[in-house]
Design a protein around this ligand. Structure first.
Ligand code: PGA
Length: 249
């Protein structure tokens, strides 16, 4: 079973003004000059999706959103729908990031509804899962993560492009990363669930690792079993750092 092409996605979170487009342009120029083994995507704040899509059009670097509403339109002040992201030029969307699960009470069922919306709008969802430090210390990591995978991926994704990102909450933005054995253990457990849910397709979809990925640890992480790319926060904000990770793939 050949794995699908790895994906290196940058999550800018709530960072980025017009000036930041230059960093993205520098990434795209390097990717065009030396096409990497991995697909590359940048997920800027919603305000920059359209401008980034215009700036990167035709370069091979894809643009994604960081969240979407499950409904396609309506009286939801402040929210953005999957259709709006597609309309603005995005081709992917991060869903169920731990900052949204923790900060906005997003449940697996809501994330699954959003993933269904992404599919409806022809967006490729990157669905995030991951345990907290307390859950890891209580020995509940595999239960938590596999439960999130089962609950957050709607059946409609069968055969469709999507990715899962394993992001231990305690590793996000902290400089801490799990050991190689810990990453492989969780990725293999996720793979088992994906294969049970989606058959051959589930055996091939990329499972990204996220949480304090940087140029100095990317090579080791990206070579681990069942790691099909990375979701990169802080280190995606500067072209030089992000390129260091892209080149390690
Ligand atoms: P980090 O964030 O790379 O800054 O740890 C990763 C993420 O939250 O997606």
């Amino acid at each position: 079973m050949t794995a699908l092409r790895p994906l290196i996605a940058g999550n800018w979170k709530m960072n980025g003004l017009e000036l930041s487009l230059d960093e993205a342009r520098a990434v795209a120029a390097a990717v065009e000059a030396r096409p990497p083994a991995a697909r590359v995507a940048i997920c800027p704040p919603a305000t920059l999706v359209h401008r980034l899509a215009e700036a990167l059009g035709g370069t091979g670097v894809e643009v994604g959103g960081q969240d979407c509403r499950a409904e396609s339109s309506g009286a939801f002040t402040g929210d953005v729908s999957a259709e709006m992201l597609t309309d603005a030029g995005a081709s992917l969307v991060i869903l169920g990031h731990s900052e949204r699960r923790a900060g906005y009470g997003e449940t697996d069922a809501l994330v699954a509804a959003k993933a269904g919306a992404a599919h409806r709008a022809a967006l490729e969802p990157i669905v995030c899962v991951g345990e907290t430090r307390a859950e890891r210390e209580a020995g509940r990591t595999l239960d938590i993560v596999t439960g999130q995978v089962r609950g957050s991926l709607p059946e409609v994704l069968g055969g469709k492009p999507f990715a899962v990102a394993y992001e231990p909450v305690w590793a996000i933005g902290t400089g801490l990363t799990p050991t190689s054995e810990q990453i492989e253990e969780v990725h293999m457990a996720i793979r088992e669930v994906l294969t049970a849910m989606f058959g051959d397709h589930g055996a091939r979809v990329p499972i990204l690792y996220g949480g304090s990925v940087k140029p100095s640890n990317a090579g080791e992480i990206l070579r681990l079993r069942d790691v099909g790319g990375a979701l990169v926060g802080g280190a995606s904000l500067k072209a030089a750092d992000f390129l260091g990770i892209i080149e390690a793939a």
